[in-house]
Ligand binder design. Sequence first.
Ligand SMILES: NC(=O)c1ccc[n+]([C@@H]2O[C@H](COP(=O)([O-])OP(=O)(O)OC[C@H]3O[C@@H](n4cnc5c(N)ncnc54)[C@H](OP(=O)(O)O)[C@@H]3O)[C@@H](O)[C@H]2O)c1
Length: 229
Amino acid sequence: MTVRKNVLVVGASRGLGLALAEEYCGRGWHVIATSRGKSAGLASLLERYPESLELETVDIVDLASVRTLRTRLEGRKLNTLFVNAGIAKANELTSVEVDEKDFFDMMLTNTLSPMRVIEVFRDIVAENGVMAAMSSEIASITNSIGFWELYSSSKAALNMLMKAFSTRHPDDSRALLLVAPGWVRTEMGGPEATFEISESIPLVVDVVERNAGVSGLRYTDRFGEILPW
Ligand SMILES: NC(=O)c1ccc[n+]([C@@H]2O[C@H](COP(=O)([O-])OP(=O)(O)OC[C@H]3O[C@@H](n4cnc5c(N)ncnc54)[C@H](OP(=O)(O)O)[C@@H]3O)[C@@H](O)[C@H]2O)c1
């Protein structure tokens, strides 16, 4: 009997997260997909994959909610943990123009909270598993052209926290990935974005699968090319 691999996709109500859940279902994985509230996309995915998809709820900015989900999943082993949830606000604004609350919201949602999810779920990820967080090409300080500067700084800070995490766990056998999916047409990416979801997410899942069992931290694009910090 073959044991199905499983993945926890955090932030799967729509956009790239929903597409990740769909892609893993299509590949025969058992998928635990989370949303904050009702998701029409996940409801219809469940109709297509009733045997593969399991729906959960979590709001990643609420640490108690993250811990409660972890408790509900006690006894499970995850092959992949993928923290996808994120927000973008005040995209065109600078540090003197932004409403501070918008900046704090991004730092909480995009930086602190994904890292907390990884910290809280770390012990149920398989030894040869993958812990991935959705980063961005524009999180690269080296390559930055100043696009969406406040949002990109929240993702650069996420990269830094993952780096710090990896240095605290030098002997961890799991792959730790910061994945840049490309600029994709979603609610966040907007209609001007370069790629369709279908041009990004299958490649993202390929990269994650290829990294299973390869320990260490990598900041990678959807092709598996390593990006400069
Ligand atoms: N689209 C792009 O071009 C692009 C490029 C690089 C990186 N990314 C990153 O890719 C990820 C997905 O982006 P997207 O384009 O699919 O954006 P999106 O369409 O706006 O979807 C964002 C997802 O994150 C969830 N989320 C937001 N805050 C959350 C919270 N506190 N707790 C749990 N879930 C939360 C949303 O859930 P709700 O439905 O409940 O709001 C939704 O499922 C984000 O991390 C984003 O920064 C996107």
